[in-house]
Structure formats: structure tokens, C-alpha cells
Design a protein around this ligand. Structure first.
Ligand code: SIN
Length: 496
């Protein structure tokens, strides 16, 4: 693949430093790590490899700035967040370019992500002045009780590479709106989008120390431990795999931090025989499965089709996949980019080989796309899937759709619910009674009924079981960054 070195309209948004207390700095050791374009393998740039001493500095900056944010009026916070929102929209093309460059997703998807990322700032700028407490009747006649919401304190936010911008704003916006300060650890794969976003926060007037970025690759686990065990950090929010979530949770237990975890998924997508518009179901399943080349926690992972519709669905679904164009995200007409790295490709290929060895048939795809580069895998559709195959129990996080056939509603609900995780679930049905029955029966945090699109700032995002807990976005997103303080007033004269 040709050398693609994109140009930004504003070249100063490409920043190869980390951000502490308002300054873009290097690691004290001078060490750096390298970031590569996943489509071409070409070096994009380097970022500081932070270690203990650098992270301590970032924590200190967040601790010192916290008292300033606490004192700020909610309306002031709202205005700053709104300015940041506007700057992101004004610089959307540059942010999209950075996302495509370091994550690989097609430019159109990167543009959508920028809008999605900005929407959390707009949303929480509106929530900031509406963080209310309660007044509570007491059983003691001369008492009155009120509650106030206070910022939890310094927050560590650990974010993934699959949405290099949106997963950051979904955490930072409510944290700042609530009056917290943050230390952000972006992934080593996509630090440049994080840096550009935070440079725009700086330009929007976010005061020094409110946001600090610690970048690292080799020291990531060590930094995770520092952030989850440091007593000055009061909250950790993590989006990533269930396995890493378990490690971080154990670490965070040592100082009883408030935590919220958005972990892995293994979403069922069910098409019932009674569906009136099969084409809509096909389109929704294509979106839910292949968004970001299958690299989202809410991607459909197991597609269950009731037997009467199976053949028709499989044919139309494969025809839809045939229309995809795999390639570099900057190239015109490309609908799907590379996976993030070789390990991801290996995992996907292992699931495909396993399914085929156990009797599945490849309708389309089923192999690496070597001519494009080592991180490309052909969008793949497998039929004849059975529950003993790896794909039935493991999150794929890649562009492979396994189509399972089922007969009865109770069987498919049982199959859908047998996963250890429970983030999203989707189904298509035209029966009102079934819609409510199945939506209530699915053991997941989010259900898409007759749609494959469930993510927006207004909607609570989060899971159950081993997909984690806590909700991001929505009116509940703030709850993760505040504590409730109860104030009881005594000595008040009851009514005569
Ligand atoms: C994720 O994959 O964790 C986020 C997906 C989304 O926000 O839709």
C-alpha cells in the first residue's frame, strides 16, 4: 500500500508530547514509544513513555487543580465545555484525519466519530448546571434533610483505541461537568487524537491541571496500577477488556475507589420469523456487526435467525458484505479499514478456522487480505454455526459474522443469555407482545429493537454481568462522578 502521510489544516494539532498541568511535556527519562498507521505499518510519530515520576506529577497537578474546579460555578463549567464542543466541531476534519490515521477506520466513520465525541461535550455542558440534590422529609419533627451532590475528586480515565475520541469525551465531559479533575491514560495505539482533543480543551479555556494526559506503551500496566492504587485518586473509569477490568478492579479495591467499568460484549442479534421488513433487519445487522470492522464492544457477535428466514437472510446479508470495500481509510469509497494490529487479525482468523473445522461454511471472506497489508482481514460471513464454536462464546472484535439458526423463542433467549457478559443485544420482530417479552428477557444493559444503532449521548450506555457497571452518557452519566452528601438540620421548630 502506498505511503499516505496526511496533512492537517492546523498542523499544531499534531502533538507528540503528554500534557501535565497545562504544559506539553516529554517524559523525564526522555523515553518515547512509536505509533504506527495500522493500514500501512508506517510510523506516524512518537509519544513520551511516562513512568512513575511523570505520573506522580500528573496526579499532583490534578489534586491541586481540584479545589479550583470545585469552586467554579456550574454555569462557568458549562460555558467552557460548550466552547470545547464548538472547537471540536470547527476542527472536525483534522480530528477525523488523526482518527483514521492511527485507528484505521474509514474517514467517513471517523467524521461520524468526531460528531459523536463532540455530542458528549454538548450534552454534559447542558447537564453541568442541573446537578440537583433532594429535600427529604424527616421522621423527627424538628429536623429537615437535604442532599447535595459533590464532585468525587481526582478521576483516572483509561480509554480504548477503538473510538480514540468518543470514549475520551464520554468520560471527561461528565467528570469536568461534575467539578472533578482528571488524569487521562489514552491507549498507546491512538494518543494523537487524545492530544489534539485536549489541545482544543486548552484553547476552550479548560484551566491548567483540570485535564492531564499520561502516555505510555510498555509502562501501561504499571501506570494502571499507580492510578488504581494512589489514594489521591478517588475514581477510576475504564473502558476495555473484561480481563484487564478484573485486574484493575482488584487493584482499585485496595483504596476502595469509586469505579465504573465498560467492558467486553458478545452481543446477540436475533431475527424472528415474524419480521415484516427483512431488508431492514439485514441492513441493521450489517451495521451492528461491521461498524468499525467489528471492533466495538456493542457489535453484534452472534447472529441468530429463526429457521424460516435463515436462507433468505444469509443470502441478502452476504450480498451486503459483497458491497463493502476494504482498504486504507483515506481512500475514496473504502467502507472498512484494517484491524488495529496483528494480534487482532490472529484472533479473528483463529475463530474462523475453529468454526470451519467444526462444520461451518464460509459464504464470503474467511481469510487475511495480504495484498492490502498484514492487518487486513476480509469481511466474513459463516453459516451453519453451532454453539460449540469459539465464536459462540468469545467476543470476536473483528469483521466475522457467524449466522446461527434457531427454532423457538425460548431457545434463542436461553442461547443469547448464556454469555458471561451482557452489554448489548438486538432483535427484530413485528410482534408487540414479543418485543416487550424479549427486551425484558435479554440479560444485557442495552437492547436495540428493530434497529442496529443504539449509541447516542442521550442514551445510558453500559452493561450487566461481566460487561461491567456504571452508565456513561445520558442523565445518569454524571452520577459516576459525584457523591451524595446528606445534611440534616436540627433544632427547627415544627409547625404550631
Ligand atoms: C465501545 O465499543 O465501547 C463503544 C461503542 C459505542 O459507543 O457505540
Amino acid at each position: 500500500m502506498g505511503h499516505i502521510i496526511p496533512q492537517l489544516n492546523d498542523g499544531t494539532l499534531f502533538i507528540n508530547r503528554a500534557y501535565v498541568n497545562g504544559d506539553w511535556i516529554e517524559a523525564k527519562s526522555g523515553e518515547e514509544f512509536e505509533v504506527y498507521d495500522p493500514a500501512t505499518g508506517i510510523l506516524i510519530g512518537t509519544c513520551p513513555e511516562f513512568s512513575t515520576v511523570d505520573v506522580e506529577k500528573a496526579i499532583l497537578a490534578a489534586v491541586e487543580a481540584f479545589s479550583l474546579n470545585r469552586k467554579m460555578l456550574a454555569r462557568q463549567r458549562a460555558r467552557i465545555l460548550h466552547r470545547w464542543y464548538q472547537l471540536i466541531m470547527d476542527n472536525a476534519e483534522d480530528l477525523a484525519t488523526l482518527i483514521t490515521w492511527e485507528n484505521g477506520k474509514p474517514l467517513a466513520d471517523a467524521r461520524d466519530e468526531v460528531t459523536y465525541a463532540a455530542s458528549f461535550l454538548e450534552w454534559f455542558s447542558e447537564e453541568a448546571p442541573r446537578i440537583y440534590g433532594d429535600t427529604i422529609p424527616s421522621i423527627i419533627p424538628e429536623h429537615r434533610i437535604i442532599t447535595i451532590k459533590e464532585p468525587v475528586g481526582v478521576c483516572a480515565l483509561i480509554t480504548p483505541w477503538n473510538f480514540p475520541a468518543a470514549m475520551i469525551t464520554r468520560k471527561i465531559a461528565p467528570a469536568l461537568a461534575a467539578g472533578c479533575t482528571v488524569i487521562l491514560k489514552p491507549p498507546a495505539e491512538t494518543p494523537f487524537t487524545a492530544n489534539a482533543l485536549v489541545e482544543l480543551a486548552h484553547r476552550a479555556g479548560v484551566p491548567n491541571g483540570f485535564i492531564n494526559i499520561v502516555t505510555a506503551m510498555s509502562n501501561t500496566a504499571h501506570i494502571g496500577k499507580m492510578l488504581t492504587t494512589n489514594p489521591e485518586v478517588h475514581k477510576v473509569s475504564f473502558t476495555g477488556s473484561t480481563n484487564i477490568g478484573k485486574i484493575l478492579m482488584e487493584q482499585a479495591a485496595s483504596s476502595i475507589k469509586k469505579v465504573s467499568w465498560e467492558l467486553g460484549g458478545n452481543a446477540p442479534f436475533i431475527i424472528f420469523d415474524d419480521v415484516e421488513n427483512l431488508d431492514a433487519a439485514v441492513d441493521a445487522a450489517l451495521t451492528a456487526k461491521f461498524r468499525n470492522s467489528g471492533q466495538t464492544c456493542v457489535c453484534a457477535n452472534r447472529i441468530y435467525i429463526q429457521s424460516r428466514q435463515y436462507e433468505k437472510f444469509a443470502k441478502r446479508f452476504s450480498d451486503g458484505v459483497k458491497r463493502f470495500k476494504l482498504g486504507h481509510g483515506f481512500h475514496d469509497g473504502v467502507t472498512h479499514g484494517p484491524l488495529i494490529h496483528k494480534r487482532a487479525v490472529e484472533k479473528v482468523d483463529e475463530q474462523v478456522r475453529d468454526a470451519v473445522a467444526k462444520g461451518a461454511t464460509i459464504m464470503i471472506g474467511g481469510k487475511r487480505s495480504i495484498e492490502l497489508g498484514p492487518n487486513f482481514y476480509e469481511p466474513t460471513v459463516l453459516t451453519g454455526m453451532t454453539k460449540d464454536m469459539l465464536l459462540a462464546s468469545e467476543e470476536t472484535f473483528g469483521p466475522v459474522a457467524g449466522l446461527f439458526s434457531f427454532e423457538a423463542e425460548q431457545d434463542v433467549v436461553k442461547l443469547a443469555n448464556c454469555a458471561e457478559v451482557g452489554l448489548a443485544g438486538y432483535f427484530f420482530s413485528s410482534s408487540m407482545a414479543r418485543v416487550f417479552r424479549v427486551a425484558e428477557a435479554l440479560k444485557v444493559g442495552m437492547v436495540g429493537v428493530n434497529t442496529g444503532r443504539i449509541s447516542e449521548a442521550a442514551s445510558p450506555f453500559g452493561g450487566v454481568k461481566q460487561s461491567g457497571f456504571g452508565r456513561e452518557g445520558s442523565k445518569y452519566g454524571i452520577d459516576e462522578y459525584v457523591t451524595t452528601k446528606t445534611i440534616t438540620f436540627g433544632g427547627l421548630n415544627p409547625l404550631e
